[in-house]
Design a protein around this ligand. Structure first.
Ligand code: ARG
Length: 480
């Protein structure tokens, strides 16, 4: 059922006539209508229509409570609930005409309710204001976004854990300063991201726990003289409790900031993985490739296979961190309580929420898709005397040398191998003994990348047996 554009509220003055006619949404106080530019800057309906379901849920909870408290009659409450359900259906069916002249989602819903049920609609706004209404709607929406994002991150962790189990013993080069450092296992590397994402989920859970207090019923800023039951509405809407201070309640956007902050850190983590995939997929590194499902071609260079998804994930942090920064600056120095400035909260959060969810899903797709070039990884892991630390550790462990001296002896052996153009394990014992006569053939047991990673069994270390155990533990900690 389409709403006719010219219809104004059934008996009440909530139709709104736009820039030229007299404004009707403010009732008796205003004779003239807003200037066109005033209407344009003031309206939020183009984006806050995303709060429609939350707005209607909040209104239904509110009017049920008003009826239970004897503040509105059961008949009026039933009419209002029925009308709101119709509005919800119209919006879901795409059959609702959102009007900019009605400013925001709250006024659009209420106006349509008046069209549908007449003057009783005017009782819905008893003992509340748009200030507590918008805070309630936005908290409900953000809570949903937090839950959806956390579920997405959990799926990404599942993908990483699966691949880590497959690659528990695959040797890859480990880097510091992006210089080859020590060999590590691929499973260990993948589980590093599982840990980061676990902390990201922890931040989202913290954010959810703190935001889960219901603003509804604090009214404009001071509370209300009506005998409302805020605990009832809080419970109906799934909040843990009502907020404790009415002034704080209409001023607070911490929850949005926390969501953006947690999303920013998450986006940073994703960008690091994405960057590594971009590097790994370069022909120069040749560590990995994406299949056609996660690659794009070039319109001019037929040979190209570009990791566009990884590049875009790498870039997403820009707009997400930007959203956080933008809202921080909006809120900074804002005097209590509500200021219209706060209407600027939504676009940032919506955009960030959409993009972080997309980045998480794309990363999960890439993790499942990426093909590792194990031969190349193993070869590269051995480059640059990457087992020199293992050799030094052997000198300490077996020969009882102080580490500083072992470091020095190893340095001489590295120089010798470098000179000969061979790997450390290619030096003969006799040659090694020229540097230190106590060295025996047992030293070969720690040289070579496989031996190196297998020996790193300290808690949290890279040994394949650790990776297998840690992947199992990660399943319990993060996926159960
Ligand atoms: N559209 C407004 C917002 O998003 C709703 C609250 C308006 N409150 C007010 N007192 N004008 O913040």
């Amino acid at each position: 059922m389409a709403q006719s554009a010219s219809k104004s509220g059934g008996g009440n003055k909530s139709g709104g006539e736009g820039a030229s006619g007299a404004s009707t949404i403010w009732g008796g106080r205003f004779d003239g209508g807003p200037d066109a530019i005033m209407e344009e800057i003031n309206a939020s309906i183009e984006y806050d229509k995303r709060l429609a379901n939350e707005d209607i849920a909040g209104s239904i909870a509110h009017v049920r409570m008003l009826a239970k408290q004897g503040i509105v009659s059961d008949d009026d409450a039933n009419a209002i609930v029925g009308g709101l359900e119709t509005v919800r259906d119209e919006i879901a069916a795409g059959d609702f005409e959102f009007k900019r002249s009605l400013e925001d989602i709250h006024m659009n819903v209420e106006s349509r309710l008046a069209d549908l049920i007449g003057p009783a609609a005017g009782r819905l706004h008893t003992a509340r204001s748009r200030n507590d209404q918008v805070a309630t709607d936005f908290k409900l929406w953000t809570r949903g976004a937090v839950d959806a994002l956390s579920a997405g991150v959990k799926d990404l962790q599942a993908a990483l854990i699966e691949r880590a189990e497959e690659e528990a013993a695959t040797v890859i080069p480990g880097f510091t300063h992006l210089q080859g450092a020590q060999p590590v296992t691929l499973g260990h590397y993948l589980l590093a991201y599982v840990e980061m994402l676990g902390r990201d989920r922890g931040r989202l859970e913290d954010c959810r726990r703190r935001l889960n207090e219901c603003p509804l019923g604090v009214a404009a800023l001071a509370g209300t003289s009506f005998p409302i039951d805020r605990h009832m509405t809080a419970e109906t809407l799934g909040f843990a409790r009502p907020t404790a201070n009415s002034l704080d309640t209409v001023s607070d956007r911490d929850f949005a900031l926390e969501f953006l902050a947690a999303s920013t850190i998450l986006a940073v983590h994703l960008s690091r993985f994405a960057e590594e995939m971009v590097i790994w997929c370069s022909q120069q590194f040749g560590f990995a490739t994406f299949t056609d499902a996660f690659s794009t071609g070039s319109s001019i260079m037929p040979q190209k296979r570009n990791p566009d998804a990884a590049e875009l994930v790498r870039a997403k942090v820009g707009r997400i961190a930007g959203a956080f920064q933008g809202l921080v600056i909006v809120m900074k120095g804002l005097p209590l309580t509500y200021g219209k400035d706060m209407q600027e909260d939504k676009e940032a959060v919506f955009d960030a929420a959409d993009n972080i969810a997309l980045a998480v899903a794309a990363t999960a797709g890439m993790v499942r898709d990426v093909q590792f070039n194990k031969k190349r990884l193993a070869e590269d892991a051995a480059r640059g005397f990457s087992t020199a630390t293992d050799l030094a550790d052997w000198l300490v462990r077996v020969l009882g040398m102080p580490f500083r001296q072992a470091h020095h002896v190893t340095g001489s052996l590295v120089a010798m191998a470098e000179e000969k153009g061979c790997a450390l394990e290619d030096l003969g014992v006799d040659e090694m003994q020229k540097v230190d006569p106590a060295i025996t053939a047992d030293v070969y047991s720690v040289l070579g990348v496989e031996n190196s990673v297998t020996s790193r069994t300290s808690y949290g270390g890279t040994a394949p047996e650790n990776v297998t155990a840690q992947a199992k533990e990660a399943r319990t900690r993060f996926l159960d």
